[in-house]
Write a protein that binds this ligand. Sequence first.
Ligand SMILES: NC(=O)C1=CN([C@@H]2O[C@H](COP(=O)(O)OP(=O)(O)OC[C@H]3O[C@@H](n4cnc5c(N)ncnc54)[C@H](O)[C@@H]3O)[C@@H](O)[C@H]2O)[C@@H](O)CC1
Ligand SMILES: Nc1ncnc2c1ncn2[C@@H]1O[C@H](COP(=O)(O)OP(=O)(O)OP(=O)(O)O)[C@@H](O)[C@H]1O
Length: 399
Amino acid sequence: MEKLMEQFLEQSAQAEENFYRVEEQRLQAEDRRREAEHARELHMLQMLAQVFSSGRPSSSSSSPPKPSPLARPPHRSSGFRCQVWRLLERYYSLGSSSLGGMDDDVVSLVKSIVPPLTSKKHKGQDGRIGIIGGCKDYTGAPYFAAISALKVGGDLSHVFCTKDAATVIKSYSPELIVHPVLDSPNAVEEIEKWLPRLHGLVVGPGLGREDFLLKTAKALIERSRARDIPIVIDADGLWLVTHQPAVIQGYQKGILTPNFMEFTRLFEALHHEPMNSSDHQRSVMQLSAAMGNLTLVLKGEQDLISDGIYSCSVEGSGRRCGGQGDLLSGSMGVMAHWAHAASTAGLIRGMNPSVVAAFGACSLTRQCNNQAFQRHGRSTTTSDMIQEIGPAFRKLFES
Ligand SMILES: NC(=O)C1=CN([C@@H]2O[C@H](COP(=O)(O)OP(=O)(O)OC[C@H]3O[C@@H](n4cnc5c(N)ncnc54)[C@H](O)[C@@H]3O)[C@@H](O)[C@H]2O)[C@@H](O)CC1
Ligand SMILES: Nc1ncnc2c1ncn2[C@@H]1O[C@H](COP(=O)(O)OP(=O)(O)OP(=O)(O)O)[C@@H](O)[C@H]1O
């Protein structure tokens, strides 16, 4: 019996070793294929850039000029030029890892949207954010999003959730304002009363997928849109968008933050065909276009942000714990308000404010993950990351 057991263990160890060997070979081949594809694409775009970038300094293939994220397409009126510009943008962003400074340029734009802390302001000016989400099953997600909005620097954070989620969420934190209205018969009217006081809305964390909750969320998105409020849609809010894309399509103050699964569902719903999962940048551009060029953030090893393609690769860690996406969407809700306010005030020009907000929130989330991981390693949770928001924010945007 013992001998049999030994044999069995040996065989399974061998099988495991074989599996890892084959897997490693597969990953190496995939890396080589991607590198070759990337090089081909860069080369092609480089040639296009040289042909079309009249007025720009000519670029050597090894060191292309550093792009300014502030720059605008030269003549937006011309469709052809616009297309060329997009190719150039793509070329520059594809080359961004070798350029190095790209992230720094966008980070400095994020710095410029952060409102200064002065004694002249009243409570509420730096952001009153609403979270639509929180139901019987999910109380953590809306809490993470709402507390992150506060810790980033928003002044007031409202959670609109179902009745049975409200007491639970209140008990997590006295800092949140929690409205137990999401499943009341007149939920839309109850919540709409608050819209004039809100600077940003985050729809989806812990919302659930019950029809009546999604119906309420839909009506609130429509009414917030009519009031020109920046809207971040995440988690179950994206389930709604997958089934009814028109609810947010074309809204320039809308930001979608899908993880890979959510992205795939959305892509396949809009394109009626399977996604080519080997080229994420292309898929992001395609989906963004299908959604009316709104800002899209595909979260992952790098966060890919359209319009154009920006990639945020601030170093995080290998730890993925539930709720990181809620930290992201909550902080993005505040930053979207700041970015649009800064844009209206003429403080940022030439770059889509939603992209600046998205980049800011992605960098921050990843930096929080990195710092929390240094302290807690494998046991890092989203609560640990939330503890890092203050120091991470200072390090990225206030130094
Ligand atoms: N503590 C809480 O209350 C939390 C609640 N959450 C809520 O839970 C609800 C459902 O969210 P789910 O994300 O589970 O939704 P989905 O049902 O869309 O996710 C399906 C599955 O996809 C997997 N997945 C994610 N990224 C992937 C990738 N790159 N490749 C392969 N698989 C991947 C996830 O592990 C998940 O099990 C939402 O309302 C969400 O807000 C989450 O935010 C996590 C924390
Ligand atoms: N592979 C990765 N490497 C580094 N960072 C990552 C990786 N995947 C995700 N992240 C970071 O975590 C953030 C949230 O992405 P994630 O995929 O965890 O979202 P989510 O599944 O929607 O989260 P939630 O658990 O809140 O629903 C991303 O914006 C990114 O900063």
